[in-house]
Design a binder for this molecule. Structure first.
Ligand SMILES: [Ca+2]
Ligand SMILES: [Ca+2]
Length: 582
């Protein structure tokens, strides 16, 4: 990162009319948002990153962040290889210079060092902020073009690396984007560094043409790579006492809003700069960009990020890839009344059908005179026309828990200040996906997840049991009391077992539902079977256990490929408690 942003007159933040949805609003995939979140590291630096590498790696895994960006070095490729099994991939900057001048002769060596960890890499990026050299050499733009061109062509010609995206070079000035022009023939994505100094993420800018706003920055990416994805490979806030800083409290409020704002604006991935403070000198802004302080203690922004990811993640890492990205999102018919003029909203959906409505205000949390700004809460009313079972609220700046929201005739109230609020809305059909869920118990047999378009969520996870009595257990949410039809989707074939499904409140004793189901068939076919109607007198988590109950005489095995577990709400009930209730 280089300090580059200009000081311009501060324009007032204008109130923007907020459209009130009068029709169904299309949701985006919740996990796509989570997958847009990344962070920068400096694994090779002889500081906290080297001296406390194990600790830093553990905190990175704990955060839930799946994407890291760093420059090419042996430390970077080593860490990339080490973190791959935790589901973390690295974007590697392929930037080599000799006496400060780009040196494309090293490109083959860079690719040689990336190749052994190719499966741990998410992309290869062109030179970093090359226009920021003072003074730049004569013909810097020609040198940069040639370097990027050779990098792109070398990756394209590489049998191991050719499927990795090559990100364009980053620049610090608008002039550089214009000088370099359209590079879409030699990159797969445009690259921006949208720092907003001490300003809020939703700023409409503070200079000519909206300078500094995310829209302005995306405009620069569209100069570099028109029609291609936009990657923000740096951005974010710092908490020094030097220049353009914010408080740790404001940073924590701004970061969830920054990721949501950039994602909603069309940025494919945003890498926050950076993961750990590099030092402690308060007058050096470069030392205070971390989510962690230099002593590895958590800034509030770390917890806010971790909680945001925890709330919205909709994937299970199966050792090779994150499973869930194929869910086709639906829509929710809702409107908001009583909205302040700075209201922002983003509707997401998970693979089980649950909606996550992010609500926040594009409010200033930190002033130009370096003081925290108190933003008084405003109550907004969310009116949901689509039938739903329950609504819950999470505030990632506070914790990772969900609190009940009382609803009346499809409406409910949420207090909004300058922090992100996430409302979870349960639809009347919950379609749980075993490929996404961790087993809460299992006989330990291997599983395998396959992508098949005909399956629910486009994926199916097979539990490869090898004996009668083998079992696995999924924990599902029953969002309100009442009656539910239980359906189980599965894929029959000639090596499948029979199963009995049962449920219990966590820690309780299991009750069988329906009869034993036989998944044997001479040819492959998907089935979705109504197993039973369940009556629940209370809401809450329920464990569903699938146990192998022998096999058909014609079957060659005991496998249980369970595609989905569906709970369809059929209304309130006064019936006595049946199996699985509490
Ligand atoms: Ca077994
Ligand atoms: Ca499925």
């Amino acid at each position: 990162m280089t300090k580059t942003l200009l000081f311009c007159a501060v324009a007032p933040v204008l109130a923007v009319a907020v459209p009130v949805a009068a029709a169904p609003v299309a949701a985006q995939r919740s996990d796509r948002f989570v997958d847009s979140i990344g962070v920068n590291t400096h694994w090779s630096y002889p500081n906290v990153y080297s001296n406390f590498a194990a600790e830093v790696k553990a905190k990175l895994v704990e955060s839930g962040i799946r994407h890291v960006r760093d420059g090419i070095s042996s430390a970077t490729t080593t860490r990339a290889g080490e973190l791959e099994s935790a589901g973390i991939k690295h974007l590697i900057i392929a930037d080599s210079r000799l006496n400060g001048i780009l040196n494309p002769s090293k490109i083959p060596l860079i690719l040689d060092s990336i190749r052994p960890v190719a499966s741990a890499v998410s992309g290869i990026e062109g030179p970093n902020e090359y226009d920021n050299r003072y003074p730049p050499e004569t013909g810097w733009n020609t040198n940069l073009f040639n370097y990027q061109s050779q990098l792109f062509n070398a990756v394209q010609a590489d049998a191991t690396l050719q499927n990795l995206p090559v990100i364009g070079p980053s620049h610090v000035s608008q002039a550089a984007y214009n000088t370099m022009g359209d590079l879409s023939a030699i990159c797969d994505a445009g690259n921006i560094h949208p720092y907003q100094t001490w300003r809020h993420p939703e700023t409409t800018g503070w200079g000519t043409g909206g300078y500094g706003s995310i829209a302005y920055n995306i405009g620069l990416a569209n100069v570099q790579a028109p029609g291609k994805p936009v990657w923000a490979t740096e951005g974010g806030y710092q908490t020094s006492a030097a220049l353009d800083y914010v408080s740790e409290a404001a940073e924590a409020k701004y970061l969830p809003r920054m990721w949501a704002t950039f994602f909603q604006s069309g940025v494919f991935r945003t890498y926050k700069y950076e993961f750990v403070n590099q030092g402690t000198t308060t007058t050096d802004d470069q030392m205070h960009y971390g989510l962690l302080r230099n002593d590895r203690t958590e800034k509030p922004a770390f917890g806010a990020t971790k909680n945001l990811i925890s709330a919205l993640s909709d994937a299970r890492f199966d050792g090779t890839k994150w499973r869930s990205m194929l869910a086709a999102p639906g829509s929710l018919d809702y409107s908001i009344s009583g909205a302040p003029s700075d209201l922002k909203q983003l509707l997401l959906q998970k693979s089980d059908g649950t909606f996550y409505l992010l609500l926040w205000r594009g409010a200033v949390s930190y002033s130009s005179s370096h003081t925290d700004v108190t933003v008084s809460p405003v109550a907004v009313t969310v009116n949901v026309a689509t039938p739903f079972l329950a609504a819950q609220l999470n505030r990632p700046n506070n914790n990772n828990t969900w609190g009940a929201i009382s609803t009346s005739s499809g409406s409910f109230s949420v207090n909004l200040d300058d922090r992100m609020a996430i409302v979870r809305i349960f639809p009347t059909t919950l379609n749980y996906q075993p490929e996404v869920l961790e087993y809460v118990a299992s006989s330990g047999d291997a599983t395998a997840t396959a992508e098949e378009a005909a399956m629910s969520n486009g994926q199916i996870r097979s539990f490869n049991a090898n004996a009668s009595g083998d079992s696995f257990t999924l924990r599902l949410q029953v969002p309100r009391s009442g009656s539910y039809q239980l359906y189980v989707g599965a894929k029959k074939w000639n090596n499948r077992g029979r199963y009995q499904v049962a449920s219990a409140a966590p820690g309780g004793s299991f009750t069988n539902h329906g009869s034993v189901q036989d998944l044997y068939a001479s040819s492959a076919s998907r089935v979705e079977t109504l197993i039973a109607t369940l009556n629940y007198t209370t809401a809450g988590p329920r464990d569903f256990r699938f146990t192998v109950s022998g096999k058909n005489a014609s079957s060659s095995g005991f496998a249980l490929p369970i595609d989905n577990v569906k709970l369809v709400y059929t209304g309130t009930t006064t019936a006595s408690v049946s199996g699985g209730s509490s």
